[in-house]
Design a protein around this ligand. Sequence first.
Ligand SMILES: C[S@@+](CC[C@H](N)C(=O)[O-])C[C@H]1O[C@@H](n2cnc3c(N)ncnc32)[C@H](O)[C@@H]1O
Length: 295
Amino acid sequence: MALTFHPSREAIELALEKMKDDGLVHPDAAFNEDAPDGLRREVAHRDPYFAYRLGRTSLETGIVDSALELLKREGHVPVSADYDRLAVDAHRARLKDKFEGSWTSLSPTMERLMYMLTSVRRPAHLLELGSFWGYTLGWFAGPCIGPNRAYAAERIIGIDVDADMVKKARANFKKLENVSEVELIAEDARTALDHIEGPFDFVYIEAKYENRAIAEAEAAGETSELGPVSGLYLILLKQIYDRLPEGAWVMAHDNLDWTARKQLAPYVAFVRDKAHFRESICFDIDDCGMELSIR
Ligand SMILES: C[S@@+](CC[C@H](N)C(=O)[O-])C[C@H]1O[C@@H](n2cnc3c(N)ncnc32)[C@H](O)[C@@H]1O
């Protein structure tokens, strides 16, 4: 099965008002709920200017509350599942204060969604592929690190091929409390995964090439036994698939990012196939999006 979660009508209207304020659409523009994917003449869910503002909204907490309700309704978490809303604000302030890095594409709503998902799933073995300078891992593992963590995980592993970024990530995590479970590996995930044992009950995939790098890699004929490098998310998922126990969650960022969609298309088709995952939910909450697949 495949589901799409959309924020409330109120959040949609607020993001649209911001677009009008910023002069990006005509003051009379209206949101067309039924517009087909990618339509730009009206404001649709896939308008990047709209989606960017949707992810940066005062209704952030309400949107994530609704996402949690969806997970409960579909039976993916117990009805009693909840997360500490105030802890998110404290965690945000802490990361802002302590972490140093370059850019990030995580919207505030996405940060809160990630924090909520880990809180309610409570994985023991967290794995992030493409952990960059640690910011995304800081959110993915948010409830299991820091001075007031909600619980302790057994392993929190981040892998990135960029050794300089991994160095930065190590320095960042060193500044936080309760991080002894965090292991940051500087290696191509395709080889690193050969020497890391499962199980993994929550995996976050973020490892991808920027488009110019893909063009160069493909021009150089770089392929793996599973296909060309542009399908890296799927290559990595297939590598770890047997280490995902029943009920494991796999999250993939950027499934809705226009610049990454082509790269991610084979991945999305794979996870939405019921033969591979019993459910896959697209969180259409900002310009990047998140696909959560449940084994
Ligand atoms: C676009 S960045 C992630 C940035 C993140 N979205 C953020 O906003 O903080 C993608 C990361 O994947 C990493 N990456 C690319 N190919 C990889 C591979 N084969 N193994 C591990 N990491 C890889 C890159 O080094 C880069 O740090």
